[in-house]
Design a protein around this ligand. Structure first.
Ligand SMILES: CC(C)(COP(=O)(O)OP(=O)(O)OC[C@H]1O[C@@H](n2cnc3c(N)ncnc32)[C@H](O)[C@@H]1OP(=O)(O)O)[C@@H](O)C(=O)NCCC(=O)NCCS
Length: 185
């Protein structure tokens, strides 16, 4: 069985072990993010856990890949858990609107550890996160995925998503082509 859990001390050793195996929960910043997370866990585990659950956007600004700083949106992260850390799924939004700033690549992003892929974990994790998005009151969520990521497309489509448009990511991300999907809630 796979579930999504609020990051907590009891799950942290397993999550840390996944990072140490070279996995990244961050699909944009990859190993830079892994190194930062390992350092943060080392320095102050409770502060690290607290930083992952931030529905009031109290955290520091976000650094985009080109170094631009942007305000943090309300959001939180859940860990995909099957008895071991299996991945991570994040959700962020703007209060009172389903719109997102153009530099935010979708409401929800996810990553499963490579050694537990193709077991339906991401599909199930997204299904569970959609309940959280409903609870926030959004009418729909947007998820973006690169054209070359069929596994992610399947995860979105299996959750009732439909393709809305092809678009170019902001220059801050390099301006590459991507796909925008929408799931009505
Ligand atoms: C995308 C990702 C989260 C999918 O996780 P997962 O737990 O393996 O996904 P699921 O098992 O729920 O479903 C994936 C579907 O895609 C299929 N799939 C998986 N890898 C595939 C591939 N390389 N090519 C085509 N289809 C693939 C699976 O068979 C499954 O389809 P099915 O239900 O018809 O069998 C995972 O591959 C990952 O972490 N990738 C790196 C990070 C990433 O790309 N995140 C998404 C950014 S938009």
């Amino acid at each position: 069985m796979v579930e999504i859990v609020k990051p907590a001390l009891e799950y942290l050793p397993s999550y840390k072990a996944a990072l140490e195996r070279g996995w990244s929960s961050d699909n944009v910043r990859l190993m830079d993010a892994t190194r930062e997370q390992l350092a943060a866990i080392e320095q102050d585990p409770l502060a690290f856990l607290a930083s992952l659950d931030d529905p009031e956007a109290k955290g520091d600004p976000i650094t985009l890949p080109d170094g631009t700083l942007v305000p943090r949106l309300p959001g939180f992260r859940r860990w995909i858990w099957d008895g071991e850390a299996s991945g991570s799924i994040g959700f962020r939004w703007q209060n009172g609107t389903a719109e997102l700033p153009s530099h935010v690549l979708g409401h929800i992003g996810y990553a499963v550890v490579p050694w537990k892929r193709r077991r339906g974990y991401a599909t199930q994790a997204l299904r569970l996160m959609l309940d959280e998005a409903r609870a926030v009151g959004l009418p729909y969520v947007e998820i973006t995925a690169k054209p070359g990521n069929p596994a992610s497309h399947k995860v979105i489509l299996a959750n009732g998503g439909r393709l809305v448009e092809r678009f170019f990511e902001d220059a801050a991300y390099g301006g590459v082509e991507s796909l925008r999907f929408r799931i009505e809630l």
